[in-house]
Write a protein that binds this ligand. Structure first.
Ligand code: CUA
Length: 318
């Protein structure tokens, strides 16, 4: 996948790329004419032995040209931008699917439509973190909210680059021409975790999307299991999620080890935590520096209940 202006892979990105190239080429032509003329005149008419630089005062035709041409160009660009923005901003026209996207410090979460195919056992609907899965050739309306600071949703090859503003819902849309994995990024500096606020869009062939939804719902049901639900929620609400990644959740931190499969890991976690069992995990979480002097994971002052909940959940991550 190339840079988006060369490789727009959906209608919204294509609208941006079209206008990008038209303006880029026009700007290069203007640059060549203006700077070329400047260089030519500077060399051709300069004062030198046997040649006196002549002073000119006004040139009606020239002044008319450099007033009229830029005026026409600016008007054309305005009309063109307006037309392309009509496409880019038409978020609800013919949208086949709507995803509620929340950007927060520092993770994305994607809430799928309230349809049976996304329904969990507890009556709620599928929510995923970090990765958005959509069917190919489908216009997906993206509704954006933020509970903290301004973020920006952008998946360059598909579209977007829309600010996510606290207290003011915004929206954009994406559509992919072909299946694949598309990378995106929060495009508004939002704090220390900004650079890691990545977006992955996985585009499935239409006939495979239902199967994906089934798998994702099954995984979410497992995660919502009452025995481990409290731990998962505590983990996501506390500082843990800012530093650790757990695939399939909004926790996408990169500072600490990835815990997606911690329960089946055989090499010592952080060099010291082995084997992964209830006792060792509890000892570690209640006071990491006591187990490993110099570790950057601080003592979090969690209650015994919170520690127990988190450990019960971690032990299910295989
Ligand atoms: Cu969120 Cu930058």
């Amino acid at each position: 996948m190339g840079p988006w202006p060369n490789d727009p892979l959906g209608p919204s990105a294509r609208a941006s790329a079209d206008i990008y190239w038209i303006m880029f080429v026009a700007a290069v032509i203007v640059l060549a004419i203006v700077d070329g003329g400047l260089l030519y005149a500077g060399i051709r008419f300069r004062e030198r032995p046997g040649h006196v630089a002549r002073q000119f005062h006004g040139h009606n035709l020239l002044e008319l040209v450099w007033t009229v041409v830029p005026t026409i160009m600016v008007i054309s660009f305005s009309v063109l931008s307006f037309q392309k923005l009509q496409i880019i901003n038409a978020t609800s026209t013919n949208a086949e699917m709507t995803i509620d996207v929340e950007g927060r410090q520092w993770a994305w979460s994607f809430s799928y439509p309230k349809e049976d195919r996304f329904k969990l056992n507890d009556g709620s609907y599928l929510v995923t973190g970090g990765q958005l899965d959509i069917p190919v050739g489908t216009k997906v309306r993206i509704k954006l909210t933020s509970p903290d600071v301004i973020h920006s949703f952008w998946v360059p090859n598909l579209g977007g680059k829309k600010d996510v503003v606290p207290g003011r819902p915004t929206e954009t849309w994406i559509e992919a021409d072909k299946p694949g994995t598309y990378k995106g990024q929060c495009y508004e500096f939002c704090g220390t975790g900004h650079a890691n606020m990545l977006i992955t869009v996985v585009v499935h062939p239409k006939e495979e999307y239902a199967a994906w939804a089934q798998t994702a719902v099954a995984a979410a049901n497992q995660a919502a299991n009452p025995a481990t639900k409290a731990g998962r929620e505590t983990f996501l609400a506390q500082a843990c999620a800012g530093c650790h990644t757990v695939q399939g959740t909004p926790a996408q931190g990169k500072v600490g080890p990835d815990l997606s499969r911690i329960a089946s890991q055989t090499t010592p976690i952080a060099g010291v935590l082995s084997p992964v069992n209830e006792e060792n995990l509890k000892k570690w979480i209640s006071n990491p520096p006591a187990v490993k002097p110099g570790t950057i994971m601080p003592k979090l002052n969690l209650t015994d209940q919170q520690i127990n909940d988190i450990v019960q959940w971690l032990l299910t991550l295989k």
